[in-house]
Design a protein around this ligand. Sequence first.
Ligand code: CA
Length: 237
Amino acid sequence: MRLVEGARRTTIVIVEDEPAIADALAARLRVEGFAVEVAGDGLRGVELCDRIAPDLVVLDVMLPAIDGHEVCRRIQRERPVPVLMLTALDSEADLLVGLGVGADDYMTKPFSQREFVARVRALLRRAQRAGEPAPKAISAGPITIDPERREVRRDGALVHLTPTEFDLVHRLALRPGVVLSREQLLEEVWGYADGSAGVRTVDSHVAAVRRKLGADVLRTVQGIGYAFGMPAAAPER
Ligand code: CA
């Protein structure tokens, strides 16, 4: 077992069975100042995450033993942690959008290291923002959102959302009735400067939120984007 001494550096776990890719990504993240641990298969990945409680997980989808989806489910079960999924094919990314497995972001290989680092930093910024003092609770129809506890309830029942799903719902609920484009949401929720690359990521998370919280919570405005679907939502004073 390896223990981090003194001030804890931001720690990232990479779960990837292709050593060349894992090594390249790990080396780049270390250059950027992160502490990095690598696991070569899914089971080791889950074990590693349990042991060191990383700040972020980079997770390949196609893995031996248990695949990335299952790893994502298992590591999110204990505590929410931002997950960046790596896929080999665009078609796989399409499939992921359909499944909405609860990863916070996806990248299709091959990608530039620069883009990779930008995505990692954006995810970490969001996670950090989530820890800052939160604004007032929102109550709208059957939905209540407590930003301080990062809890969402429907009819009083707690609904488990991933950090990104929470941010998405909260962001839309802050401006009830206002339609935000997928590009705007990518910028505001995911922290991308240029959102054009990841609009499907937004769709995937909207689908997941609807499955968990009810289809009526988020409204699709055809050709424009999404809006919070509950009437008379307003921040409580
Ligand atoms: Ca793989």
